[in-house]
Ligand binder design. Sequence first.
Ligand code: NAD
Length: 491
Amino acid sequence: MQSGLYIEGRWVSPVLGGTLDVVNPATEEIVHRIAAGTSQDIDLAVAAARRAFDAGPWPRLPGTERAAFLRAIAIEIRERRNDLARLEVIDNGKPMPEALWDIDDAAGCFEYYAGLAEDMDASPPETIDLADERFVSKAVREPIGVCGAIIPWNFPLLMAAWKVAPALAAGCTMILKPSELTALTALELGKIADAVGLPAGVLNIVTGDGPAAGQPLIDHRDVDKLAFTGSGAIGSKVMAAAARNIKCVSLELGGKSPLLVFEDTDVDQAVEWIMFGIFWNQGQVCSATSRVLVHTSIRDRLLTRLTEETRKIRLGNGLSENVLLGPLVSRKQLERVSAFVKRAKSEGFAILAGGNRRTIDGKGFFFEPTIILDPATDSEIWREEVFGPVVCIRSFSEEGEAIELANDTRFGLAAAVLSQDLARANRIAAALRAGIVWINCSQPTFTEAPWGGYKESGIGRELGRWGLENYLETKQITRFQGEAPWGWYIK
Ligand code: NAD
């Protein structure tokens, strides 16, 4: 396992020499130590990224040449697929098959943005039609500059890919600060960058915790753009820091996403999507459909099947066969989720399944998949993001009531609607205030499609061509071609 900081194409020790323990959440063992970066390391990394942007080849290379590096990174990720997935399980706790999806998606993300980098060469600057024919104007797209990327622990390598791939495709340079809980695959990405000969300083990786390494990165005056995924509380700090010297900012924050189940839905299909929507990755998913609204006419049947199936979910170490639910990422996250459920119980809400911590062989930060029935609509458990395997269910009898309940939240990341009536599903998709709406499914995510939230769920979009836009500036170049002098001062 790699440690150290990756700055200007070299592995270096942090200036102050500190380390942070890496704990396997399934066994509670310390499996590694990573460098505890601080503001001194961030200064070095930003200076390296600045040099690479201002004087290095990267932003000036043709898109096809940047694409070749991105494709090489994708190939390396695929070659190391099993090792990377294993690291993800040890670090984050997720079941191995889910870790393999993440690694494949990360490779796919680099390939996709390689394609967009190539397209940049083929798309000429846009000519602007001006009313005044004495001038000709064009709009040129350019990389934004030095980008600071801060990512969470729920999809470690994939979240890195969502930011590194489009930024590098655009011609930007980057300082990546992974979560202190799950930095192992980001460090492997540094090794991969090295292996493919990425020019020094284009990608710099500084591990460390939020206050010591994240805060100096967001405060740094030489950073042109901040891209953040994580909690709303830290997202707000990122935005405040960006406001101080007017940096561009994109934020992908939390959610409390609704899933609406109409009476014409097959109950087993609904149970499948409800469970996938809240239990994959232990519910530690920003778009998790954690509030289920079910039509009263199928409520009892659905609850019976959902409870039966939820109780069958096999918990365990993500490296073991047939495990569907691993541990939560950390003791802190386990305590946070347990406290939410404890408070919900103390308010008297019915728990249909789960509700308790578990250990395997006396160890691990496991929490049972949990169903909470009919919590009050003003209760914490109904309104706040738990970020764990906890689903709340209420019922509705009218379409309008379902839409109102679904939209009654300060978040707006995702929403799902299950109905065989496509006219109704489309009508509801239009009425839901969310950045992503799934019809007859929950959670599928595509590199080609825009991803991001309304309201307090964020600003901007990742993935697809929107993800590339995040890292591009637009420059107007205007030329005077009048035959006579302009004639304001000199007549
Ligand atoms: P967080 O927002 O605290 O951490 C996300 C990243 O921000 C990490 O890399 C962290 O080191 C960094 N960070 C923390 N403080 C910082 C600061 N002052 N300046 C700059 N960077 C800083 O999230 P968390 O503590 O890992 O999780 C807390 C809650 O956040 C979760 O329970 C969940 O509700 C939410 N969350 C959401 C997502 C998402 O994808 N939307 C991901 C992770 C966590």
